[in-house]
Design a binder for this molecule. Structure first.
Ligand code: PGA
Length: 258
């Protein structure tokens, strides 16, 4: 049975003390989770080491919010896959719309990062999403599937189970975002799954993990998690305080006890 992934990226938030406080508050709850739940946290680079050493890596996965596709060298300001691993990271987020909009991330660089992550045994967590305009124009599916296909260009069958895709509509993210309804999210996840089936066949595509992100909160998480093609949620604001994250874990955990 597939795992249900419940994770958060802190974006550019927290300091050493608040990072540690979050980990200490989440730790006791993590140990009692159903084994089908996969919690993960993606802190800013400087806190990856301390957060990862607070948790048992077999329970809580820790990741990076970005990564260079090169291993070492003259790439000022970049962080390599080897460094992410060295700090205890096992997941690498890539292609988030904030990085695409503000830091020049493209489908092509996402693809290079996917390959680099896979070469080093890291889990690429590829974020894709349609803009408000694309939604209005009725081209959301085309926009998202194009991002998915380029991100996965030349990723072979044997590596694809390692890749996670997060559908994060740009119009749903952040303070001004309007969360996708569970039906909207499911409909896009279904379209992504169909595209993956075309690329990799039904068995591999169906085994892949597809997350939803964008204004996930304590009210909508349960319905989102009930959708057949949603295998977890990737959360910002609601999970930045430990109690919000723990409550999301409780919601997900209840799916296994009922
Ligand atoms: P949000 O962020 O939950 O605060 O909307 C989601 C994201 O950017 O992944």
């Amino acid at each position: 049975m597939k795992k249900l992934w419940i994770g958060t990226s802190w974006k550019m938030n927290k300091d050493s003390d608040s990072a540690q406080a979050w980990a200490s508050a989440v730790l006791p709850r993590i140990e009692k989770l159903h084994p089908q739940l996969q919690p993960f946290v993606i802190p800013p680079f400087p806190y990856i080491s301390s957060v990862s050493s607070a948790f048992d890596a077999s329970v809580m996965k820790v990741g990076a919010q970005n990564m260079c596709w090169q291993e070492e060298g003259a790439f000022t300001g970049e962080v390599s896959p080897l460094m992410v691993k060295d700090c205890g990271g096992s997941v690498v987020e890539m292609g988030h719309s904030e990085r695409r909009a503000q830091f020049g991330e493209t489908d092509e660089t996402v693809n290079m990062k996917v390959h680099a992550a896979l070469r080093h045994g890291l889990t690429p967590l590829v974020c894709v999403g349609d803009s408000g305009k694309e939604k209005r124009w009725g081209v959301s599916r085309e926009a998202v599937i194009k991002q998915v296909k380029i991100a996965l260009y030349e990723v072979p069958d044997h590596q694809i189970p390692q890749v996670i895709i997060a559908y994060e509509p740009i119009w749903a993210i952040g303070e001004s975002g309007i969360p996708a309804t569970p039906q909207e999210a499911e409909s896009m996840h279904f379209a992504i799954r169909r595209a993956l089936r075309e690329l990799y066949g039904a068995d591999l595509a169906d085994a892949m993990t597809l997350l939803y992100g964008g204004s996930v909160n304590l009210d909508n998480a349960s319905n989102l998690l009930d959708q057949p093609n949603i295998d977890g949620v990737f959360v910002g604001r609601t999970a930045w305080n430990a109690s919000g994250y723990v409550q999301l874990l409780e919601i997900a955990n209840s799916k296994f006890s009922s």
